[in-house]
Design a protein around this ligand. Structure first.
Ligand code: ASP
Length: 211
């Protein structure tokens, strides 16, 4: 579902600009703003606006990706409706767009994204992973290639991107532009899911790297 952003004429663009860094970062920004609010003449109106901003941020809960492969090798992918806070009214993120945040093809595998949806939309990230596998790259090569494509986008903001993907052999792989990120996997033989590490692929290319 789409949530409404807090309306404010108090000039809080900095909070919106930071939405790509995730909701916890936003909360810190709002806490800092509370201090600044004391200096506003119209404190009461500012307080009401701030409260609605805090409520909106607290409604943000992140987005969840799922990929499943059945015993016959059928692949399915799903993405929960974007849980990002402070979305513009009417914004459509990558989550519901097949090919952007979510793509599955029984012939090759599947990929799903969380993060700054505008990037996944512009680069058709989930589809790119599957297409690169079709073109002969291994799962981890295809995923890395799709992440590298994000380095060349011309967007006003640069955000985080996280990917999980499987190939048609049900091998799984995850990546993130942030270090230390994980995902879960589980097979029919396992009683509990296992935490796997995502490969860290920063948005900035290392020096001397042309991709
Ligand atoms: N990808 C989502 C979006 O931009 C946000 C998220 O992953 O939490 O709409």
């Amino acid at each position: 579902t789409m949530s409404q952003p807090a309306t404010s004429d108090a000039g809080w663009d900095i909070v919106v600009a930071d939405l790509i860094e995730g909701n916890s970062r936003l909360r810190k920004e709002v806490e800092a703003l509370e201090g600044q609010l004391a200096g506003f003449e119209d404190v009461e109106r500012g307080g009401v606006a701030l409260q609605s901003l805090v409520d909106e941020i607290n409604r943000g809960h992140g987005t969840v990706n799922f990929i499943a492969v059945d015993a016959e090798g059928n692949v399915a992918s799903g993405v929960s409706t974007s849980g990002l806070a402070l979305k513009y009214p009417g914004r459509v993120g990558d989550s519901p767009i097949i090919g952007a945040g979510n793509y599955a093809d029984n012939r090759y595998g599947a990929a799903t994204c969380t993060g700054y949806g505008e990037m996944a939309i512009q680069a058709a990230t989930a589809h790119s992973v599957v297409l690169y596998m079709k073109m002969g790259l291994l799962l981890e090569e295809a995923g890395a290639e799709a992440m590298h494509d994000l380095r060349h986008l011309d967007l006003p903001l640069r955000g985080m991107m996280n990917l999980i993907a499987v190939d048609k052999e049900a091998r799984h792989w995850g990546a993130s532009t942030s270090p230390g990120r994980t995902y879960l996997y589980m097979t029919a033989e396992m009683d509990e899911p296992v935490v796997a590490k995502r490969v860290h692929i920063p948005l900035a290319a290392p020096k001397g790297c042309s991709r």
